[in-house]
Design a protein around this ligand. Structure first.
Ligand code: C2O
Length: 529
């Protein structure tokens, strides 16, 4: 049962009403087990329309429970409710849920913990205890208001007032006494940290002073374990690490700070929490960990290169070796051509020069009930004109079209998608999330993707399998997946700023026999538009 309700919350000496689930910030953890059928009744008592997305859950044949507003459902209006009804199929690990409309996920989010099937141990040492670590952001002002004002100026807010760990900014900020998260550990024991990046607009580094972490899982997929002094985690991503409390009993800071290589004012506000050894007085001053510098691209590249699927007989990496459909999408940030949009000066974002316009009804309904005029299925497989993507921008490359355009993908075909960042206007890395799927990150690089030399370097054996991947600044990332989940699936940059500028599209996956043959029928209480 999730009740969407407004609650007064105070951080950094600022109190404000925020939208919450059950009055909690961050929201409650959803504990489920692999194979479970889950029913979550969401009742909306806030003034905003809402929908909830279960980020990373496959929702096989069941887009109705996926949650993105105007993609798979119309929002749940104030006073109404909707039951999300879904199965947890062959997934285990850490995921998260969040509001999927406007910027409400800033405060409406929480962890999803999927326990493996009864009697199936973790493929790593059994931890003594576990803790969720949700990284987020806090704004002193009402975020929806800030976005509204920002949109008028063409620039919604990029920088929050603080980063947070489990909703708390920690002692480097004012009024911290009550607002510091602490995790108590016993010397000699091993702990599992389920780390979630719920931040709105920042990729984050996370580290614990004096303690290495062993990465064992990303996006609810087991990895080959490796030890690291810091992790990099993009919005939407999750990372499970083991931490051994083997240091001298003391108090150690955990800290999170953005990785941000855009030429913007560096938003380097560090959130801290405390790793508290049992018995150490709370008056002892903790030490800060060394975090990579905010522009440490070398760390980011080498960290990402260490991520590998576990790829054992029990947890195989079924990487598509052959590709049926090649897609190449350029990521562009440019000027909005819409004449009423501040005389064409409003910033926009696009894939293959198309900036996605949200429809008025859910794409999945339009598809399932064959309602015409809602979307077009002619999204191009490649950019209109090939150019030097990471070189100087030409005016022709800045032309952006607005449209609700998606790609049709044949059911069960194998897809390779290369996401190519470009040098248009703002250079920034982009965490891309695909709904309804996990994909394999088979390659990534800096500069222009060049099939002649880059294909040979693809990892088709044990690449990381995930649902959200960073496309590096001035570079590219290639993913592969089998289109085994029919329906309509959203794909977007998980930086809310960029999503709101149109950096999104969707895939319609179908077998040609009609949606009613492959997609489950819609639930009776599906919110009306
Ligand atoms: Cu985590 Cu479309 O979102």
């Amino acid at each position: 049962m999730m009740t969407i309700q407004v609650k007064n919350v105070s951080r950094l000496c600022h109190a404000k009403p925020i939208v919450t689930v059950n009055g909690m910030y961050p929201g409650p953890t959803l504990y489920v087990q692999e194979g479970d059928r889950v029913l979550v009744n969401v009742t909306n008592h806030a003034k905003y329309n809402i929908s909830i997305h279960w980020h990373g859950l496959r929702q096989l044949h069941n887009g109705w429970a996926d949650g993105p507003a105007y993609i798979t459902q119309c929002p749940i209006k104030t006073g109404n409710s909707y039951v999300y009804d879904f199965n947890v199929t062959e997934q285990r690990g850490t995921l998260w849920w969040h509001a999927h409309i406007f910027w409400l996920r800033a405060t409406v989010h929480g962890a999803i913990v999927i326990m493996p099937k009864q009697g199936t141990p973790f493929p790593f040492p059994q931890p003594y205890q576990e803790t969720n670590i949700i990284l987020g952001e806090w704004w002193n002002n009402d975020i929806e208001e800030l976005v509204k004002q920002g949109n008028k100026l063409g620039l919604p807010p990029n920088a929050s007032n603080a980063h947070t760990i489990n909703g708390k900014p920690g002692p480097l900020f004012p009024s911290y006494e009550k607002h510091t998260f602490a995790m108590e550990v016993e010397q000699g024991k091993t702990y599992l940290l389920r780390i979630i990046n719920a931040a709105i607009d920042d990729e984050l580094f996370f580290a614990i002073a004096g303690h290495n972490m062993t990465v064992v899982e990303i996006d609810a997929v087991y990895t080959k374990p490796f030890s690291t002094n810091a992790i990099l985690i993009g919005p939407g991503q999750t990372t499970n690490v083991l931490v051994q409390a083997t240091k001298a009993p003391n108090r150690y800071f955990m800290a999170a700070r953005p990785f941000m290589d855009a030429p913007l004012p560096i938003d380097n506000k560090t959130a801290t929490a405390i790793l508290q050894y049992k018995g150490v007085p709370t008056t002892v001053l903790p030490t800060l960990p060394l975090l990579p510098a905010p522009n440490d691209t070398a760390f980011a590249l080498s960290y990402n290169a260490k991520l590998r699927s576990l790829n054992t007989p029990q947890y195989p990496a079924n990487v598509p070796q052959q590709v049926d459909r090649h897609l190449f999408y350029t990521i562009g940030l440019g000027k909005n051509p819409c004449p009423t949009c501040l005389n064409g000066t409003k910033v926009t974002a696009s894939l293959n020069n198309i900036s996605f316009m949200m429809p008025q009804i859910g794409l999945l309904q339009a598809y399932y009930f064959n309602i015409t005029g809602v979307f077009r299925t002619d999204f191009p497989d490649k950019p209109p004109i090939p150019f030097n993507y990471t070189g100087a921008p030409l005016t022709a490359n800045l032309v952006t079209n607005l449209g609700t355009r998606v790609s049709k993908i044949a059911f069960n075909s194998t897809v390779e998608l290369v996401l190519q960042d470009t040098n248009l206007l703002i250079v920034e890395s982009h965490p891309f999330h695909l709904h309804g799927y996990n994909f394999f990150v088979v390659g990534t690089g800096i500069g222009n993707f060049d099939p002649k030399k880059d294909l040979a370097k693809f990892n088709l054996v044990d690449p990381p399998e995930r649902n959200t991947v960073g496309v590096p600044t001035g570079g590219w990332t290639a993913i592969r997946f089998r289109a085994d989940n029919p329906g309509v699936w959203f794909m977007h940059c998980h930086l809310e700023l960029h999503t709101s500028w149109g950096l999104k599209t969707a895939f319609v996956v179908e077998d040609g026999k009609g949606p009613d043959q492959t997609v489950l029928p819609p639930p009776k209480d599906l919110p009306p538009c």
